[in-house]
Design a protein around this ligand. Sequence first.
Ligand SMILES: *[C@@H]1O[C@H](CO)[C@@H](O)[C@H](O)[C@H]1NC(C)=O
Ligand SMILES: *[C@@H]1O[C@H](CO)[C@@H](O)[C@H](O)[C@H]1NC(C)=O
Ligand SMILES: [Zn+2]
Length: 253
Amino acid sequence: MLSQIAIAALLASVAASPYDKRQSLGLVENCYHDFAITFDDGSVGSEYDLVDLFNENDSKATMFLNGYNYNCIYEQDSVDRIRNTYNSGMQIGSHTWSHRNLAELSEAEIDEQVELVNEAIWKIVGVRPKFLRPPYGSAPEWAVNYIQEKHGMVVVNWSEDSLDSQGASTDESIGIYDGFTDTTEPHLTLNHETYEGTPYTVMPSVVPSLVDRGYRLITVADCLDLEPYLEVGEPQERDETWTCDGKPAPLGY
Ligand SMILES: *[C@@H]1O[C@H](CO)[C@@H](O)[C@H](O)[C@H]1NC(C)=O
Ligand SMILES: *[C@@H]1O[C@H](CO)[C@@H](O)[C@H](O)[C@H]1NC(C)=O
Ligand SMILES: [Zn+2]
């Protein structure tokens, strides 16, 4: 009797612990440790160059991808690029299907925005992302909780913005990174692979400089000591479902 209770309690605590940790997260705004550089709004062509830069500096980045934004995720060049990014050890996260403001959506529309891009990433690389970056950093508390409880995903904002999408010059963005000096302080920064200055001027300066200054550039999952993916399987072959036709289109900016 007692031993059955003890075993049941043990099993319950083993089964419950990752969920307890996940549900206590709420909106994540920073790493627990080290430095995570994140890129939103891709995948676009510059992602190849970002992946090379991080690889050549023994570093990792996290890409929060859209399904249908600057392009359609199912286009073959996007498929090839995302596979390269994943195979290079970068983390793939969700930035929703078509970059909608979560505050303006119903629960059913959030389901669609979450599931369509997770399904695409599942087909393309064989993983379901665990992390979601809300478009515009807009995520009311109900949406954060809903996405965690319904979809098991962690909603991640940022601790510092490179301001690349806010009109900052490349010098200003570099200055933000150069201002970080205490390597014991964690950082989780926002950048966009879609602004040319970010992959081609800011990151080539910032990444080697941060590494030289003793920062470890790691994925969002690693800086939070969590798994990057809800599920890991195998990439699939293209079929007639690999299309953006009939799925929510981007609204524009
Ligand atoms: C970082 O990458 C750049 C460009 O690929 C390379 O020139 C540089 O040597 C690398 N730096 C380090 C510290 O690995
Ligand atoms: C995310 O961070 C930005 C910049 O600090 C802030 O404006 C926004 O409100 C944050 N999002 C949430 C959901 O707190
Ligand atoms: Zn975005």
